[in-house]
Design a protein around this ligand. Sequence first.
Ligand code: CU
Length: 71
Amino acid sequence: MTSPQGPTITLKVEGMTCGHCVKAVTAAIQAKDPEAKVLVDLADGTVKTETVLPRHVVSMAVEEEGYAVKA
Ligand SMILES: [Cu+2]
């Protein structure tokens, strides 16, 4: 089954530590794609996004919040 949303993008992100970070990252991505599903794993330092946005746009949104995208 294919997703109507688009592919899942996984980013390795440094500097996320708490619920505020989760909200900030989620809001930043959803500002660009309101339909995006965002799953932040603080322990792993990963952000998984189901979105129609290209990877570099998701990456840019996260970095604009002040977090470093490592991969
Ligand atoms: Cu935080």
